[in-house]
Design a protein around this ligand. Structure first.
Ligand code: URA
Length: 235
């Protein structure tokens, strides 16, 4: 790939802007300044520097964010911050999007990517990737409520039955459960349907991928192995 095209693909701006960066001597590879925009590159394991900062070439980006409370998953957030405020211009220029949504008051694992196929694979209604949520409830959680959640509940304006698996009471008012669809406000509506109320909600896992000890508000690039873990679903 041509150097100017590679830079553009990594979010450094228009082709013209990238040509100018290169001609200005801002770009180096293995400590050697390359000032020819049409320089041909081998992309395999490529590292390059722009104004002394080093970057790794990534064909696509896969990001796991530990979403803080008070951030919306939309570009034009109205009453809160936008999760996109947490990312730099390079990633924004690449057009990263949220893989599904979390409510502004929900914390936890949110994936973002510029890979349309990955986004489709995780959000398509027919792909039942498991998502693990932990919550605090307004009222103590009864055995009957747990059974109802496992049997499934109806949700207004949605077709079918919404059931959770691996429903575990962690404490009197703390619950963990796994859901396999992703309709609007699903967890909160399921808890309301069994006569309780979610006070705090956190997503701990998608597929086999969990946050581990990533602090709130921080994000990481996923490795290939982690991307596969996120896509994992039982047939
Ligand atoms: N279910 C909800 O109700 N809210 C979320 O943010 C995610 C799942």
């Amino acid at each position: 790939m041509l150097l100017e095209k590679m830079l553009q693909s990594q979010g450094f701006g228009s082709r013209k802007h990238c040509q100018q960066l290169i001609k200005n001597g801002a770009v180096s590879i293995q400590d050697e300044i390359i000032d020819h925009p049409k320089h041909k590159l081998d992309l395999n394991q490529l590292e390059f520097s722009v104004y002394g900062e080093t970057y790794q070439y990534r064909e696509k980006v896969y990001i796991a964010l530990n979403k803080p409370k008070g951030y919306e998953c939309s570009h034009q957030a109205t009453h809160h911050f936008s999760v996109f405020d947490l990312f730099d211009d390079l990633l924004m220029n690449r057009g990263i999007q949220c893989v599904g949504r979390l409510d502004q008051d929900t914390t936890g694992l949110l994936l973002l990517t510029d890979d349309g196929q990955f986004l489709q694979a995780l959000t398509h209604p027919k792909k039942h990737v498991a998502k693990v949520y932990q919550m605090e409830t307004a009222d103590p959680i009864s055995d009957e409520q747990i059974q109802q959640l496992e049997r499934g509940v109806e949700l207004r304006n949605e077709k079918g039955i919404y059931a959770a698996t691996d429903v575990k009471r962690l404490d009197e008012k703390r619950l963990q459960m796994t859901i396999h669809q992703g309709v609007y406000h699903q967890v909160k509506r399921m808890l309301a349907a069994v006569g309780n109320k979610v006070e705090k909600l956190h997503r701990a896992q998608i597929g086999q991928l969990s946050l581990n000890d990533l602090p709130e508000g921080e994000w990481i690039y996923l490795t290939e192995e982690q991307v596969a873990q996120a896509k994992y679903h039982e047939e």
